[in-house]
Design a protein around this ligand. Structure first.
Ligand code: UT7
Length: 331
């Protein structure tokens, strides 16, 4: 599709639950130690929703902040896309729940599930709508309540995840700025390495993918680890190539935050210094599709980049999926 308009990020916002769950709290819940978690993951604490609070509350809050930052009203929105692997309901979608709460009367709304790569998948979809001229304003939210599907008796996974939402308002920007390139991919053959059953459970799945009859998230961490380091490097290089840029042209890489050792490994393979990689996973753990927008928002609020700077956003996750984007900051 030819590019009629340039699409960029007009505003950002994020939302985190107040409740903090530290590694020391987890020591009392499963057979683990703060030392193991810090050394093997880099995570120190994570934010967790109260049991009776749905994840879309975080999405509403993040959306309102992003709209304010963009200086537009919810009524201006043409479309809401929510990237999530933890929708509060199968129907209505989280995007419809948020559309109603923020009063975005004119906006179409749908959810998209590409697990931790969801924000990049959503960015790629939103870019098509805006660059073609079909829509003027799209709200994209990564919204997750992972604590609700976490197996709190499985030390392999329960130390990793947290809850959060991050939102971006996308719209037309000056030519030469905004989303310069995106790249998304999937390898369903590797899908069994991260699962969270929903409407169907095969007999063989019942043993490992449920706990007390509750469907939970299960992961083969080692397999995902190897995949993650490879696609971080591949995804970053791919969007650089597609944009005719090199690593020297990059101001910052904002990656999906899953494990400090994955980020270190990717930095090494790429040959970039670690100060070019944004890191906040010690505070929030793995927040899936919210990871990249929450990180981007923190880097933006911390003035870590300015207009004209080139950023790479890169993620990987369940599916297995991956995605990357080259964004030239336009504000
Ligand atoms: O965003 C979605 C993508 N997900 C990811 O990117 C996750 C990628 N994978 C990882 O981050 C890592 O593989 C993990 C953090 C999940 C696991 O780290 P690891 O270094 O690969 O550990 P491991 O699974 O090989 O386990 C090593 C040992 C095992 O004990 P044995 O069998 O050697 O006696 C585990 O049982 O560590 C044990 N272990 C723990 N020990 C204390 C696993 N979890 C824990 C724990 N506390 N929480």
């Amino acid at each position: 599709m030819s590019r009629i308009y340039s699409c960029g990020i007009l505003g950002l916002g994020s939302s985190l639950p107040e409740k903090v769950l530290t590694n020391f709290d987890l020591e009392k819940m499963v057979d683990t130690t703060n030392e193991w978690i810090m050394k093997r993951t880099g995570i120190s604490e994570r934010r967790i929703l109260e049991k009776d609070v749905p994840a879309h509350e975080l999405g509403v809050d993040a959306a309102n902040k992003a709209l304010k930052d963009a200086g537009i009203s919810a009524e201006d929105l043409d479309l809401i896309i929510v990237a999530t692997e933890t929708p509060d309901y199968l129907t209505p979608s989280t995007s419809c729940l948020i559309q109603s709460r923020i009063n975005a009367k004119k906006a179409a709304a749908f959810d998209l599930n590409a697990a931790c790569s969801g924000f990049i998948y959503g960015l790629t979809v939103a870019d098509q709508f805006i660059k073609s001229g079909y829509y003027k304003y799209v709200l994209l939210i990564g919204c997750e309540g992972l604590s609700k599907i976490t197996d709190w008796e499985d030390r392999n996974t329960c130390v990793l995840f947290g809850d959060a939402a991050g939102a971006a308002v996308l719209g037309r920007v000056e030519d030469g700025y905004g989303i310069m390139s995106t790249y998304i991919g999937a390898d369903g053959d590797l899908g069994k390495n991260i699962t969270a059953p929903c409407c169907y459970l095969s007999c063989e799945d019942i043993e490992v993918r449920t706990r007390d009859n509750k469907r939970v998230l299960w992961m083969d961490g080692g397999e995902v680890f190897k995949f993650a380091v490879k696609v971080m490097e591949h995804g970053t290089n791919k969007v650089l190539e597609q944009s005719n840029l090199t690593l020297e042209d990059l101001k910052l890489i904002v990656p999906h935050q899953a494990n400090i050792r994955i980020l270190d490994g990717a930095a090494k393979r790429l040959g970039v210094s670690k100060d070019k990689i944004f890191i906040n996973l010690h505070k929030y753990g793995n927040i899936s599709s919210a990871s990249i927008p929450v990180g981007l928002n923190e880097a933006y609020e911390g003035k870590m980049f300015t207009k004209g700077d080139n950023l790479v956003l890169v993620g990987f996750g369940g599916g297995l999926t991956w995605g990357s984007a080259l964004v030239r900051w336009s504000k």
